[in-house]
Design a binder for this molecule. Structure first.
Ligand code: ATP
Length: 200
């Protein structure tokens, strides 16, 4: 079974995430994509992050109409910083799981990989699928291979989709009172409004 895993802060989940999950699922013929909201996104520790209950609920709403998408609470329920390698180990340790795991990330995140916990072990435990991010250059793959030997053979680089949406842009637009139609799924837009998230 080939399973995709999309980790993120999801503050909020947006149409970029959904499109990425759909595209990778179709291109790699995955049985499902599991969305894993970070409990403590250590790479974003300089910025305040919305409470996990809101981020989780927005993911739940966003994926409700997609039968091939699932939500995992692994990182929310695990204390301490949310390291991807620990999450992938947990997926691998599930009883009866003989799945092949594909961790999905944008080029922006790929360039940060050398800073992650145990990247060498991570690429032994799962494949990485990197998707483009408008405004973000493809990282220097030779440099990454030098820092994380073996990466090239475990990395699948896709050139689609190119969706120019970020959670930062959405938080900013909401704070400025600008519309966010087409940037997030409609139930997420309703949720943001109802809970007055990002208003200042
Ligand atoms: P922020 O703007 O707050 O940094 P974000 O939009 O990058 O948030 P995250 O939840 O941090 O959203 O992203 C989770 C993963 O999804 C990361 O690997 C990121 O690179 C990827 N991703 C997010 N948006 C896109 C997009 N529009 N295209 C491709 N990948 C994306």
């Amino acid at each position: 079974m080939k399973i995709g895993i999309l980790g993120g802060t999801f503050d909020p989940v947006h149409n970029g995430h959904i499109k990425v999950a759909e595209t990778v699922k179709a291109q790699l013929d995955l049985v499902k994509v599991v969305f894993v909201p970070a409990g403590q996104p250590w790479l974003k520790s300089d910025n305040p992050v919305s409470p996990a209950e809101h981020r989780v609920e927005m993911v739940r709403l966003a994926i409700a109409s997609y039968p091939g998408f699932e939500l995992s609470m692994l990182e929310i329920n695990r204390p301490g910083p949310s390291y991807t390698v620990d999450t992938i180990k947990e997926f691998r340790d599930k009883p009866g799981s003989e799945s092949e795991l594909f961790f999905i990330l944008g080029w922006d995140s790929l360039s940060q990989l050398p800073r992650w916990k145990e990247p060498k072990l991570l690429i032994e435990l799962c494949h990485l699928v990197a998707v483009p991010r408008p405004g973000c250059k493809l990282p220097d793959l030779n440099r990454l291979e030098t820092l994380i030997p073996g990466l090239a053979s475990r990395l699948i680089l896709l050139d689609k989709p190119e969706i120019d949406v970020s959670a930062t842009q959405i938080r900013k637009r909401v704070a400025e009172g600008l519309p966010i139609h087409g940037l997030v799924p409609a139930p997420v837009a309703d949720y943001l409004k109802q809970h007055k998230l990002y208003v200042d």
